[in-house]
Design a binder for this molecule. Structure first.
Ligand code: NAD
Length: 491
């Protein structure tokens, strides 16, 4: 593989289509060198304890606050002006601030201390030992947020973190790591390397635990690589998220929620609504109103802060969306709005694209589209709707919109997804700090949730310290062992 500085990747600006960033590819030796420094520094970081680490993180929060505007601009340049980009400074502050409040409580809740139930003369204590080096490999959508969602709790837990952002969206690292370098104790344990898959592989080669957000095919390779190294990995992969709209649903509410859920961020969100199932009794009225609302959505071609939809962040994604639409039309689907990749000022855009006459034989109802597409399919019975919603290899989020919560909740309980939003869509942010989840299918692999306070436990090993306050059993009279086994407890 290339040595430091010997290879670079031209990075395309999503709004102009021009190349305006030269990404230096870190070679295996560069990655190993950074990893070694981080690993050495992590010892002091872990030893200082959570309270002292939190004080450092609080200073970092202050440095992020000073740079919130620059962070927003850099992230917006990366994405092409996604609405969420402009909130990245605040989202990061919320991430750090949330863990400042939650980390000690989450670890305390997982702590055990007191006499063993099986052998009361033995006192049990928990010790948390962080993994030395956490590798984070992140995608091109929501680039800063998804780089930090796992990195921040890992740092609170006492890990050092080596981040490899997507080669498509590296600009946010400038102001972000300026804020990190303003806090030397943090800079000692938090660094990044730029590059593509080869650099990502080198990160895995050096990590003790790995967090990956990205596509299913890459996730599969990363799982194999981590398995070969026998290190734990947490994979947050894509989605094909359904919404079920029942006959009693309020049309205004349902169409507003569905449009936002499918088209926010131009559909380039892992938990975007990608499949819409509507009771046949309201299907036509629903589609008519959805089309009206979709037509009112504006592109942000002139001013990234003004319109609703930004260009494709990653140009090849436009080809994937076009392929899904072509496949759907060839198989009988009807496109009512949008449907074209439009070029404005060099950027590739698509308006909200409402489709009907879709079936599960089409790519657009099976594979992740990651564009502002709203394929609507009729259902006759709720059983059929639930069967269709669950007919997927994914299971990240889903939504149910009915005339009442009482009607929607039992449907939500039957849909296979890590989160099911009731009477709305796109409520993922409401999970943060509150509740942990496990996705179904390919959407989330590795066990631990990345939301909710227990997310921090992914980055520590729970160690037990066991003190015998009584006399040690002798080998001929090992009653305590038998007592423990009799209660079904491992000695
Ligand atoms: P991707 O899988 O192409 O790449 C993600 C990252 O992996 C990049 O940094 C890339 O350089 C790196 N990489 C590629 N091959 C690698 C390898 N063999 N070893 C190590 N690293 C490697 O994903 P993407 O196209 O950047 O992101 C879009 C995808 O991410 C979509 O599928 C989307 O659904 C998914 N996503 C999932 C979630 C979630 O939480 N479930 C959130 C956001 C995005």
């Amino acid at each position: 593989m290339a040595d430091a500085g010997s290879r670079s990747i031209p990075v395309r600006n999503p709004r102009t289509g021009g190349i305006d960033f030269d990404l230096q590819v870190a070679g295996t030796a560069d990655v190993a060198a950074k990893a070694a420094v981080l690993r050495a520094n992590q010892k002091a970081w872990a030893a200082m304890g959570l309270a002292a680490r939190s004080a450092v993180m609080a200073r970092w929060l202050g440095e992020v606050k000073k740079r919130a505007a620059a962070i927003a601009e850099a992230d917006a340049e990366d994405t092409g002006g996604c609405h969420t980009s402009y909130l990245q400074g605040f989202i990061t502050m919320g991430n750090i601030g949330g863990w400042l409040e939650d980390a000690s409580g989450a670890l305390a809740k997982a702590t055990c201390s007191g006499p063993s139930k099986a052998v009361p003369s033995v006192e049990v204590r928990t010790q948390f030992v962080p993994y030395a080096l956490c590798g984070v490999i992140s995608p091109w959508n929501a680039p800063m947020m998804l780089a930090l969602l796992d990195a921040v709790p890992a740092l609170f837990a006492g890990c050092a973190v080596l981040l490899k952002p997507s080669e498509v969206t590296p600009r946010f690292t400038g102001p972000l790591f300026e804020s990190v370098r303003a806090v030397p104790e943090l800079a000692a344990v938090f660094d990044f390397v730029t590059g593509d898959a080869e650099t990502g592989k080198a990160v895995i080669d050096n990590a003790d635990v790995l967090c990956f957000t990205g596509s299913v095919p890459t996730g599969r390779k990363i799982a194999v690589h981590c398995a070969q190294r026998l290190i734990p990995c947490y994979l947050e992969l894509g989605g094909k998220d359904p919404v079920i709209v029942t006959a009693s649903a309020d049309l205004e509410r349902a169409t507003t929620a569905v449009l936002r859920g499918a088209a926010h961020a131009s559909g380039m969100v892992c938990f975007s609504v990608e499949r819409i199932y509507v009771d046949e009794r309201i299907h036509d009225a629903f589609v008519a109103r959805l089309i009206e609302k979709a037509k009112a959505v504006r592109l942000n071609t002139d001013n990234p802060r003004a319109g609703h939809l930004h260009p494709f962040t990653f140009a090849p994604q436009a080809d994937i969306v076009r392929r899904h639409l072509d496949d759907a039309v060839t198989k009988g689907a009807i496109i009512h709005t949008g449907g074209q990749v439009e070029i404005h000022g060099g950027g590739l855009y698509m308006r909200p694209t409402v489709l009907t006459n879709v079936t599960h034989g089409m790519l657009i109802m099976q594979d992740e589209t990651f564009g502002p597409c709203l394929p609507v399919m009729k259902f006759r019975t709720l059983d059929e709707a639930i069967e269709l919603a669950n007919d997927t290899t994914f299971g990240l989020t889903a939504s149910v919109i009915a005339g009442s919560e009482a009607e929607a909740l039992p449907i939500a309980e039957r849909v296979n997804a890590g989160s099911v939003f009731v009477q709305d869509t796109f409520l993922t942010f409401a999970k943060n700090r509150t509740i942990g989840t496990n996705s179904f299918g390919f959407s989330g692999v590795g066990g631990g949730s990345r939301t909710g306070p227990e997310a921090i436990l992914r980055f520590v090993r729970r160690k037990a310290l066991l003190t015998q306050h009584g006399a040690p059993a002798d080998i001929q009279n090992d009653h305590h062992l038998h007592g423990g086994l009799a209660k079904g407890t491992n000695p």
